[in-house]
Write a protein of this length. Structure first.
Length: 124
């Protein structure tokens, strides 16, 4: 299995997927802003991790189980923010609200994509 040959995949856009992509970019930007304002590299790493997930979403490497990974990752970023002493509480609160939306969308899209094959095979 070679990763070197990955390609862009066609994405069937829905409002949920559009909001997911937008929310991921917003929370990545907030993490990068926190990294520059606090000087804590952990926020830069978390922001870059979100951007990697954003890129993978558009490739054939994407699998529905990665929605679950994304939900866990959003939870981890919250734990890191709390352990870092909750720097910039206002920006952090906005970020946590965006991440709540992300987690809900991750779970929703996971359920929807796992349900699709079952509904396709029942019609035959």
């Amino acid at each position: 299995m070679s990763i070197a040959g990955f390609e862009l995949r066609p994405v069937e856009w829905t409002p949920a997927k559009g909001l997911l992509v937008t929310s991921a970019l917003v929370t990545a930007a907030i993490h990068l802003a926190l990294a520059t304002t606090t000087g804590r590299n952990v926020f830069a790493v978390l922001g870059l991790g979100l951007l990697v997930g954003f890129v993978v979403f558009f490739t054939d490497l994407w699998q529905p189980v990665l929605y679950l990974v994304g939900a866990v990752y959003a939870g981890v970023t919250t734990v890191v923010w709390v352990l870092a002493g909750m720097p910039n509480p206002l920006l952090g609160a906005v970020d946590k609200a965006v991440q709540f939306v992300l987690v809900v969308l991750f779970v929703y899209l996971l359920v929807e994509e796992l349900r699709e094959p079952a509904s396709d095979s029942s019609g035959e």
